[in-house]
Design a protein. Structure first.
Length: 344
């Protein structure tokens, strides 16, 4: 008898940290992880089986299929936006072919144990592409079906994988004699810029917000790579994790679409700077615009319309702009560097 389990790919990343904690606390399923790097020991002790490997390794997926009865998948593994621009072919292999492998895995799991597999997929505001700054400002809060002409490889990958997921959920092998679609219950969220207090920013296109806080907490000057008026939506990581959990729990009958916008607050880079200087009055934050990265930020919406997520499954972020910075990000990051100073 195989054990009922949840599979988390890319489990060692920012979202994975929070998800593993939440799922371990719930205790409803065994946790199986797949990541190219070993998990941090504090996370590894919470999981039933840790598989070190790639989502491109079908053999690793088949071994999981043989041992566990997976009915929930959080597919977090991806090559992120900045790195994808430097390695577009690798990005396609990891982000698209890897996702296709996981969708096939979920389809086979569902067929083998006779019930749908719920498949949670974090998409991104990178799926959008506004042609100009004037168009971005005129668009305001965009819906899921607007402005989907991404200009980055990562955005193209994410948008296509949303479509792949919808295909598996609604149209899979539609010419077959029997109905095979619906075995994969695909559910995607288009995350805004996610800011975590628990991990160091790794050079993502929206990382100017956390980089600003980390530099101030370390007492280092920071030159922001976007203009003061640059504006995109953001979300605190705990709200991102809770959104995935809430969407996973939502009754399928209440869901009217397979991909949902999420938003929480949409400050300008200058408003972020003001909040950082409020907490760290001695900090030095200047502007040194990287026109190429600025161009990518300008192609993303100023804000998103997340009304469908709020209506269909009760999405309600706890952290607005002030609370995210004053109660979560700044105190936690400040403590991180105070603890480092004490150790040294």
């Amino acid at each position: 008898m195989r054990k009922s389990a949840v599979l988390i790919t890319g489990a060692g990343g920012e979202i994975g940290h929070g998800l593993i904690d939440r799922l371990a606390h719930d205790g409803a399923r065994a946790i199986v992880t797949l990541d190219v790097s070993p998990l941090d020991p504090s996370l590894a002790k919470l999981v039933q089986r840790e598989v070190v490997g790639s989502i491109l390794d079908k053999g690793a997926l088949e071994r999981i299929l043989a041992e566990f009865d997976v009915d929930l998948v959080f597919h977090l593994a991806a090559l992120l936006s900045t790195r994808s621009e430097f390695s577009p072919v690798t990005a396609h292999e990891v982000n698209v072919e890897g996702t296709l492998n996981l969708l096939e895995f979920a389809q086979h799991e569902a067929e083998s144990h006779g019930r749908p597999v719920t498949f949670l997929y974090p998409s991104s505001i990178a799926a959008y592409g506004l042609p100009s700054l004037a168009a971005k400002r005129a668009a305001g809060r965009v819906r899921e079906d607007q402005c989907t002409q991404p200009t980055t490889m990562y955005g193209c990958n994410k948008l296509y994988c949303e479509q792949l997921g919808q295909y598996y959920a609604r149209h899979y092998k539609q010419l077959a004699p029997e109905t095979l679609s619906g075995r994969v219950d695909f559910r995607a969220v288009r995350f805004p810029g996610l800011i975590s207090a628990m991990t160091v920013p790794s050079g993502g296109t929206s990382d100017y917000a956390p980089e600003m806080i980390h530099a101030a907490a370390e007492g280092k000057p920071y030159a922001c790579f976007v203009r003061p008026d640059a504006k995109i939506p953001f979300m605190a990581m705990p709200d991102g994790v809770e959104a995935l959990m809430a969407l996973a729990r939502a009754p399928k009958a209440k869901l009217t679409q397979t991909a949902y916008n999420l938003g929480a607050f949409a400050p300008t880079a200058d408003e972020i700077r003001t909040e950082v200087l409020r907490a760290f009055p001695a900090a030095t934050v200047t502007w040194h615009v990287d026109e190429k990265r600025q161009g990518i930020v300008d192609s993303w919406p100023e804000d998103v319309d997340d009304g469908a997520a709020r209506r269909d499954w009760g999405f309600a972020p706890k952290y607005d702009f002030a609370r995210a910075f004053r109660e979560y990000l700044i105190p936690t990051i400040r403590q991180r560097y105070q603890d480092t100073d004490i150790r040294h």
